[in-house]
Design a binder for this molecule. Structure first.
Ligand SMILES: Cc1cc2nc3c(=O)[nH]c(=O)nc-3n(C[C@H](O)[C@H](O)[C@H](O)COP(=O)(O)OP(=O)(O)OC[C@H]3O[C@@H](n4cnc5c(N)ncnc54)[C@H](O)[C@@H]3O)c2cc1C
Length: 654
């Protein structure tokens, strides 16, 4: 395509319905910019991003022979790409576009029409002065490695892996634990349908293990990620399990004969497991691992029974950890969540009263494969609790002390817990302390109604103020805000719906990926509405509770969406990389190397012969760190030059 290089700029002002025009006086803006140096056309439209809006822009570019365009509208993160295509279709270089953000940075943050109108004029003037200096650029083509890395093997990672693999692409699924399944494997029955969690999950776990396109790496962690969209290089650490998975035939005699036991993490310490163990009977892969922290042989050189009884000779106490390098084109982060540890909340009896447990522990008690075979018994003495208090919003929606956000799933799983308790202990009484009920999913309101009406769960609206032991009972005190009176219930067991928080490893993973997390540590999406499964880093997608607390239906749909984005990326052989990146003025560069140290993308190197810095164009993300740090002005950012920035400042101050 040929681009014209005359000097004719057009301004298109968007009303954004009334989003902009109700605060910014469009006619005044147009008048103020008429005759502004370099401006050949100024016009407006109710919705410039709509089809008619874009038709109008294309037609005007052709009729007026424009060579640069300023669109005064919303944030460039929303429609910059759309408008770039519009310019290209009209025959001008897409990088001769500048967006003046007069919505998020103007109409949405001002209520005074005069102030907003003046600010809009300044913003547009700055954009015009920059646009007039924009160079025509061509995107850089890079090849795509059509293999994906999925980090985390809960239901989110399982779903994303299967979707990508079923589309014909290779997947490496990395799970830090010895089995995939995540928290869903620990659940008993699932709201709102009460179907058995294991029954709907295990066949998918097996499918993952058997899928020819999936390389499942359990007991593994990603330790290094470099590269860029389409071309990441990852290093995966395969931790020591002391069992050779190739040789093990899964007979389980090692587990049977192992003389030592420790708390089962899977059963939330409500049962014991052997030191050589499978996390749970349906684990995938179904290969035992040795817990190095408790193994007598590894600690003291004694025992070794498992090795003695293992027919195929699969026990390898000498095993070393391994590092595997892989190339992938896209990454899905599905690292899930953890519940806030109850030991950290002694005010609720956590860690001090044995019959105060959290929701996941209660799931294990409810589960047929759990420590009590599905019978409801309290941890302290194994007796059936006749009265149970379920407390919602423990550490969630508590900005003063803990987390301000809602953990989203607790209202529903507490209804489920109370309901299932009542099904099994017919003469039992469940109480639920709640702030309000959030039942915003399909069939959720009906599920809650069923718990409160049919299953006689007593809902007490109010926060718990005190919880203590008295005469073998646990007393839960609070205020019933509906009845406006203080209440105290004496119960045998308490189940805390503790806050859902991101997996503890998230900040390390985010650093490896250069992806951003929000103030609570959950991964941030590129745009909450329009790009909800894309991270801020190109080629890195988000699935499940790594992004925010969510239930299984939302997790599965988000993971499928992330998988679709990966498949979209893999659909073409080449990717277009943004050309608005850094360059080097070799005549000015002294080769000091400061830019190399500040580049977060490892895109800069020193050419030792020429003694100048160089830029790897495909690694550079155009963040501008090098241009800010360069003491001699040799580092330049295409279409973001010092000259452009100072002309913008001058335009605003004039
Ligand atoms: C008590 C309770 C009851 C619930 N009941 C229901 C219900 O009835 N119905 C419903 O719809 N939802 C329910 N939920 C919510 C449900 O658990 C989640 O929606 C679901 O588990 C989210 O799946 P996930 O894959 O995103 O996260 P997870 O299940 O947390 O899986 C994440 C996986 O990633 C792995 N991982 C973490 N970090 C790394 C790393 N750095 N490297 C490699 N692997 C890593 C973890 O080991 C884990 O296997 C309940 C939640 C709780 C707390």
């Amino acid at each position: 395509m040929k681009y014209s290089h005359a000097n004719r700029l057009g301004i298109f002002i968007c009303h954004c319905g009334v989003n902009i025009s109700s605060t910014v006086d469009i006619e005044t803006v147009k008048k103020a910019l008429t005759g502004y140096p370099g401006v050949s056309l100024i016009t407006d439209h109710t919705y410039t991003c709509s089809n008619p809006g874009q038709d109008m822009i294309r037609n005007k570019i052709r009729e007026e022979e424009l060579d640069s365009v300023v669109i005064a509208a919303c944030s460039p993160s929303l429609h910059e790409n759309t408008f770039r295509k519009t310019l290209e279709e009209a025959g001008i270089n897409p990088y001769k576009l500048e967006i003046a953000n007069i919505r998020e940075q103007c109409s949405w943050v001002h209520s005074d029409r005069k102030v907003a109108t003046e600010k809009a004029i300044s913003i547009i003037k700055a954009a015009v002065s920059k646009a007039l200096l924009n160079e025509p650029l061509t995107p850089i083509s890079v090849p795509v490695t059509r293999k994906a890395l999925v980090v985390g093997g809960g239901i989110a990672g399982i779903q994303a892996s299967l979707n990508i693999a079923n589309s014909g692409y290779k997947v490496i699924l990395v799970e830090k634990e010895p089995s995939i399944g995540g928290k869903m494997a620990q659940l008993s029955e699932t709201f709102p349908t009460l179907d058995c969690s294991q029954c709907i999950l295990t066949h998918r776990m097996v499918e993952v293990e058997r899928h020819p396109n999936i390389n499942l790496m359990v007991s593994s962690e990603v330790t290094r990620i470099s590269g860029f969209v389409g071309n990441f290089e990852v290093t995966i650490r395969k931790k020591k399990t002391y069992v050779n998975a190739e040789k093990c035939n899964g007979c389980g005699i090692c587990i049977e004969k192992c003389p030592r036991k420790t708390d089962s993490e899977f059963d939330r310490a409500l049962s014991k497991r052997k030191v050589i163990y499978r996390p749970f009977p349906q684990a995938v892969p179904n290969i035992p691992v040795i817990d190095g922290e408790h193994c007598l042989y590894l600690l003291k050189g004694r025992c070794g029974v498992c090795r003695d009884v293992c027919g195929p000779g699969a026990i390898e106490f000498e095993q070393e950890e391994r590092f595997v390098k892989e190339k992938v084109g896209a990454i899905v982060i599905a690292t899930g969540y953890e519940t806030f540890p109850i030991e950290n909340i002694p005010e609720y009896g956590g860690g001090t009263i044995p019959d105060v447990i959290d929701g996941l522990a209660f799931e294990r008690i409810l589960s047929a494969s759990g420590p009590t075979g599905g019978e409801i018994r309290r941890p302290s003495d194994g007796k059936v609790p006749k009265e149970v208090a379920f407390i919602q919003c423990v550490c969630s929606r508590d900005p003063e002390k803990y987390f301000s956000y809602c953990s989203k799933v607790c209202c529903m799983y507490t209804s489920k817990h109370a309901m299932l308790y009542k099904h099994r202990v017919k003469d039992g009484q469940p109480y639920v302390f709640y702030i309000d009920i959030r039942a915003g999913g399909k069939g959720y309101e009906e599920f809650y109604q069923r718990a409160s009406e049919e299953d006689e769960v007593l809902y007490i609206r109010g926060k718990v103020s005190r919880l203590y032991r008295e005469d073998g009972k646990i007393v839960v005190e609070g205020t019933d805000t509906l009845l406006q009176e203080n209440v105290a219930v004496r119960v045998d067991m308490v189940v805390l719906a503790t806050a859902i928080r991101p997996s503890q490893d998230v900040s390390r993973i985010a650093q490896l990926l250069k992806a951003s997390v929000d103030e609570n540590g959950f991964f941030t999406e590129a745009h909450p509405k329009l790009r909800p499964v894309e991270s801020m880093t190109a080629g890195v997608f988000l699935a499940g509770c790594a992004q925010a607390p969510r239930d299984i239906p939302d997790t599965v749909s988000g993971a499928s969406a992330a998988a679709l984005m990966v498949c979209n990326l893999f659909a073409s052989e080449e990717l277009k990389h943004e050309p608005t990146i850094a360059g080097v003025d070799e005549d000015v560069c002294s080769g000091c190397g400061i830019c190399i140290g500040v580049c977060p993308y490892e895109a800069r190197e020193l050419d030792r012969e020429k003694r100048v810095a160089t830029v790897n164009e495909v690694l550079c993300e155009g963040c501008g760190a090098c241009t800010a740090a360069c003491p001699s002005g040799a580092a330049v950012q295409r279409n973001f030059t010092d000259k452009q920035i100072s002309s913008m400042i001058k335009a605003i101050l004039a």
